[in-house]
Design a protein around this ligand. Sequence first.
Ligand SMILES: Nc1ncnc2c1ncn2[C@@H]1O[C@H](COP(=O)(O)OP(=O)(O)OP(=O)(O)O)[C@@H](O)[C@H]1O
Ligand SMILES: Cc1ncc(CO)c(N)n1
Length: 267
Amino acid sequence: MVAKVLTIAGSDSGGGAGIQADIKTFQELDVYGMSAITALTAQNTLGVQSVYPIPVDMVLEQLHSIAIDLSPDALKTGMLFSGVIIESVADKIKEYGWGNVVVDPVMIAKGGARLLQKDAIKAIREKLLPLATVTTPNIPEAEVLTEMNLDTMNRRKEAARMLHKLGASHVVIKGGHGEGDELVDLVYDGSSFLELKSKRVDTTHTHGTGCTFAAAIAAGLAKGCTAEDAIVTAKRFIHLAIEVELGIGSGHGPTNHWAYRKAGVGV
Ligand SMILES: Nc1ncnc2c1ncn2[C@@H]1O[C@H](COP(=O)(O)OP(=O)(O)OP(=O)(O)O)[C@@H](O)[C@H]1O
Ligand SMILES: Cc1ncc(CO)c(N)n1
């Protein structure tokens, strides 16, 4: 039986981030992808031109349709846009008893467009993080969630402890927004830290890296991997997707979702 994975996130018309990145990642990692769309974005490699949130009832209808027929083995959340969508989605995840939850607390697109309303931060902290098997904030998102300045590894460790205390079983503070030639994703499981280090690829084509990484973790969890194994595999997946450039669009281009399978590691 193939594992089924659900993404609850926004649509990116440009195909590099959001629902589209998630479904491509699921496909490459041999899991069956499903989606509940929370917002439409008119978006390309140059930026986000507009955002249209889906009415919360329709978000819940999508979850209901999935719940009554296609119960997911894992799910990830991405752009949820508003406090009311976050709270309603969190309630349904609990009601349906869905586990293996990856929470990517998407707030702002790389070009600066707001993908989450300011007053929704509290709902992420209080409603969503307690459900998370893994949460994957980037450094600016972890700063907002913890109200800390995270310019050193020690502070990031303190922030990871705080996010774990808020209820996330595993915390990954991604290092894409850090500095230097080496990039470190910090993983915390409530007892020890793991530093996933890689070379920083010198590229502007990093649109949708966070979505792709979180989707790959969800795929791993759905297939029965431990959280740590799923995170390590996801790191390999996203690194290759960034390294083997597609060169699409004239701005911040998408990553290459084929690269992992083509490199022969994904079979
Ligand atoms: N230039 C790079 N070279 C290698 N790996 C990178 C690079 N940029 C990001 N990554 C990796 O990609 C993953 C996502 O990290 P990042 O911090 O970019 O997420 P993000 O800001 O949430 O992405 P986005 O908002 O564009 O979806 C992490 O595993 C990170 O280490
Ligand atoms: C729909 C959507 N979700 C997430 C991101 C973050 O990369 C984006 N740019 N667009």
